[in-house]
Design a protein around this ligand. Sequence first.
Ligand SMILES: [Zn+2]
Length: 397
Amino acid sequence: MGKAFEEMWSEIKGKIKEISPEELNKRMTNGKETLLLDIREKDEVRREYIPGAELLPRGFLEMQVEELIPDKERPIVVYCAAGVRSGFAAKTLMEMGYKDVASLRGGIEKWKGSGFEVLRDLDFTRDQLKRYSRQIILREVGEQGQAKIRRGRVLIVGAGHLSSAATMYLAAGGVGKLGIVDSHTVTQRDLRGQILHTVPSLGKNRAESAAKMVKGINPDVSIEAHPVSLGVENTVDIIEGYDIILECTGNSHTRYLVNDACVLKERPLFIAEMKGDWGRAMSVYPGEGPCYRCVFPKPDLDENRSEREGGFDHLGGFMGLIQAAEVFKFFLGKGDLLKGELLLLNGFSMRFHRKPVERNRECPLCGEHPTITHLMEDRDSYGHQINQGRIERWALK
Ligand SMILES: [Zn+2]
């Protein structure tokens, strides 16, 4: 190091606060108040980093830090490889008005030498890092969060209106595996609001058309098309390969069937529906809150109402996005989930309502004396019972 540098460094050392790895460890385990900022280059971070760190390379510090840390009172600890670059960065942050800034003495090298944990190699390629960088830089996500999303497996039941927005955002956001179930073929009228499908897909199976779109959006996603209709004979087998299920069919027969299978197999289920000028969404967390039957014990048998009365196509986009958002929050373990709540959106007034919903003790599926303990094997009887509206006897052998 040159003389000028030595002089600058000793001047900076006199102005900044440095903390030891032990102090940092204490701060990181005593609540989440302190923000740990890694200002190294991305290639260095990918080799190893301190758990819980936010990434912001030194070259972008002045430009992006206020977006990342709007609260100037929040305690910040900056680190780099050996504690020099972070010293300069700490001084810059203080000059920008941050009140409580410290630099990790000796950087990540000393942290490791003191026996503290580092995480290694998240295995994202350069292109993937570029693709997800906006999401990765979010405090709630980070490279670790992105890795959790990449491990996620989501089954989307239906490839129509609701599914379009949900599927495209899940694919673009980097969910590792997507499955899409749909037995219908793409028709002209689907092209109006089902943006998963394009003109060349006319006449093709909707699950396969959706899979093609997903590949085009993000080739990293592993996609499985299930060009079948769900019934008692295949639902459990299909959902078992996934962590989360989205119900997007707009068909109450399928919705109750998927609800039953998800509760029996303990899979979180995010349901969205739209009718006319309203949409609603609810999440089912088996064992932790109400299921769809608890809230809607009887199916709406007038399936064709929206065809007759019309509906807003854009509501499908809104409601599907709510489902996608729920998936990302679930994988990250952050944010408020729609647990025990029904979310209603009026497409005219643009008003959202959140209504608490509870488990029903009388629920035949998750109540005190459940009568539904497995899916009924006879598909015709199951369908017949639904058509009769005798849902209390659904799935009973
Ligand atoms: Zn229930």
